[in-house]
Every structure is written in structure tokens, then in C-alpha cells.
Design a protein around this ligand. Structure first.
Ligand SMILES: Cc1ncc(COP(=O)(O)O)c(C=O)c1O
Length: 287
């Protein structure tokens, strides 16, 4: 069975799905997106992702395409039609279709909405996490509003390609002050040389990862402490552990950075435990 996409009010075969060539998302990256992990057909961290979607739309003054309830119905129907139990839901909302011009259209246009669903092989993902992945560092070169989940992702694309060419899975951006901001598609964490769990604070120019927020809750619930203090690549090289979080990665151990092993060069106990605690929480609260 081929995949089914929701595009501007209709469910269509994904292979035949199209958008207008003057959709502003296509021509100007004038669009935002969200990604939910799916566990047993249910949306993980649903509320956080919906809230961030509305925030991204609000910051860019793109109209909400429909109510949260209606969007939930559309997403659920997309999941059902694709018969996916474990996977990812992708939602994109553009400012709509208008003759190409950088400024907003004078007459407001209906937002363009796309929903796709893809299956994830959780057993393969577990095997990957059990082995850990590599990461590389790269200079931060993104705009100043990384808190908005915009589809304008060229720096992230180039960073991920740099990682891929180095045989790594993720790239960590390093800002002008020499601190790691986040990954190309995930938030960055270490267990530093003193055993402190560190990740960049959300006043920095990073995406406020929903997985990050849930994981901080989980960490506090088990009596551990998170230190939201910036760290440098040198801190990471000397760290006991490193890992990344995101709707796709969940919690994935990073076992090397720029080709140097982190800790023993295998997934550490903290990342391994946090991955299973996060998945347990995500499954228990998915809707
Ligand atoms: C740049 C960036 N940072 C962080 C994340 C993690 O965010 P979340 O946990 O909400 O998926 C993502 C996810 O796509 C991302 O693209």
C-alpha cells in the first residue's frame, strides 16, 4: 500500500500529491512544521508540539489553518489511512499561495497544510541506540530565530550532510562564544567530566525541543539534576557521555564527537537509562 498524504483539505496518494508552484513554503520557505513521534498509533508529547506549532505560527503571523481539534482529527485520519503504529507524523503549514513577493500577500491567503506519516522500525532504532552514533561539530551559521520551527533549514541540511560525509549521524552547531547550541535536528546534551547533566538553556538561540522538556521532567522525577549551562566541544570531548534528543532521535547516545571517543566510546548508563525512561513516559502519555 502506498503512503497517503493530507494536502490542503484532501487525502491523496502521496506519490501524486502536489502543491501550487507559488506556495510560499516552496518559494520562500515561508512555512513552519512540527514532528510528533508515534507510539502504537498515538501521538507522543502531543500538547507540547501543538503549543509550539501555534507559537511558531504566531511569531510569523501565519494564520492557524484550523482548530486544534480539527487538526487532531486530520492527523489521526492520516495515521489511520497509513496504518502506521510506530513512526513519525510531519505537519507543515505555509503562508499559502500568492504571486511571488517577499512581503506578505496584501490579501490574506488560506495557509497551506500538509500532513504525512511514516513508519519507523523501532527494533532497528533500538539497535542503533544500543550502539550509539557519532557526531561532528560545525560553526553556527543559522538565523537568530531558531526558536521558530521554520522549514528554512539549509544550514541544518548542510550540517547533516557534513556529518553524513564524516560517517556521523548528527552535527552540533558551535556559536561565536565557542559553545554548543544544539544539533542540526536535535538538542545536545552531555554528562560532563564531573558527572553533571548539561544542555543549553532555552534563552539561547535554539529550538525549544519538546523531547528536551519532557526529558527534563523525567530527570527531575527520578531525583536527578539538569544543569542548563553552555558547554564547549572541549567539555564534550572530556565528557563521560553525550546524547541527543528529538522526536526522531528520542534519546540517542552519541559515542564520538569529531572522531574522538566520548567516555568509553560506547553508550553510557545515564543516556541508556534516560532513553528507556523517556520512552516509558512518552508511551504512557501519548494520545
Ligand atoms: C534544530 C532542532 N533542534 C531540536 C530539535 C528537537 O526538537 P523536538 O524534541 O521538539 O523534536 C529538532 C527537531 O526536529 C530540531 O530540528
Amino acid at each position: 500500500m502506498g503512503r497517503i498524504a493530507y494536502v490542503n483539505g484532501r487525502f491523496v496518494r502521496q506519490a501524486e500529491a502536489c502543491v501550487h508552484i507559488e506556495d510560499r513554503g516552496l518559494q520562500l520557505a515561508d512555512a513552519v512544521y512540527e514532528v510528533w513521534a508515534l507510539f502504537d498509533g498515538r501521538l507522543a508529547d502531543a500538547e507540547g508540539h501543538f503549543a509550539r506549532l501555534n507559537r511558531s505560527l504566531g511569531e510569523l503571523r501565519i494564520a492557524e489553518p484550523m482548530s486544534r481539534a480539527a487538526l487532531t482529527v486530520v492527523i489521526r485520519e492520516a495515521i489511520r489511512r497509513n496504518r502506521v503504529r510506530d513512526g513519525l507524523v510531519y505537519l507543515q503549514v505555509s503562508r499559502g499561495v500568492a504571486p511571488r513577493d517577499h512581503a506578505f500577500p496584501k490579501t490574506p491567503t488560506p495557509p497551506g497544510v500538509i500532513v504525512t506519516v511514516k513508519a519507523v522500525d523501532r527494533a532497528a532504532a533500538e539497535a542503533k541506540a544500543a550502539k550509539g552514533v557519532g557526531a561532528v561539530t560545525t560553526p553556527e551559521n543559522r538565523w537568530g530565530r531558531c526558536d521558530i520551527k521554520s522549514v528554512s533549514l539549509l544550514p541544518n541540511v548542510l550540517a547533516r550532510q557534513q556529518a553524513a560525509e564524516a560517517g556521523a549521524a548528527e552535527a552540533w552547531f558551535v556559536d561565536d562564544l565557542g559553545f554548543v547550541t544544539e544539533g542540526a535536528a536535535s538538542n545536545a546534551w552531555i554528562v560532563d567530566a564531573d558527572g553533571r547533566l548539561r544542555t543549553r538553556d532555552t534563552n539561547a538561540n535554539i529550538l525549544r525541543g519538546i523531547t528536551r522538556f519532557t526529558l527534563i521532567d523525567v530527570i527531575r522525577d527520578v531525583g536527578m539534576v539538569v544543569d542548563e549551562r553552555p558547554f564547549t566541544p572541549a567539555d564534550a570531548y572530556a565528557a563521560k557521555e553525550a546524547f541527543m534528543t528529538g522526536a526522531g532521535a528520542l534519546v540517542t547516545p552519541i559515542v564520538s564527537l569529531d572522531g574522538r571517543p566520548i567516555g568509553d566510546g560506547v553508550p553510557g548508563p545515564v543516556a541508556t537509562r534516560l532513553r528507556s525512561l523517556y520512552i516509558e513516559r512518552a508511551k504512557a502519555t501519548a494520545i
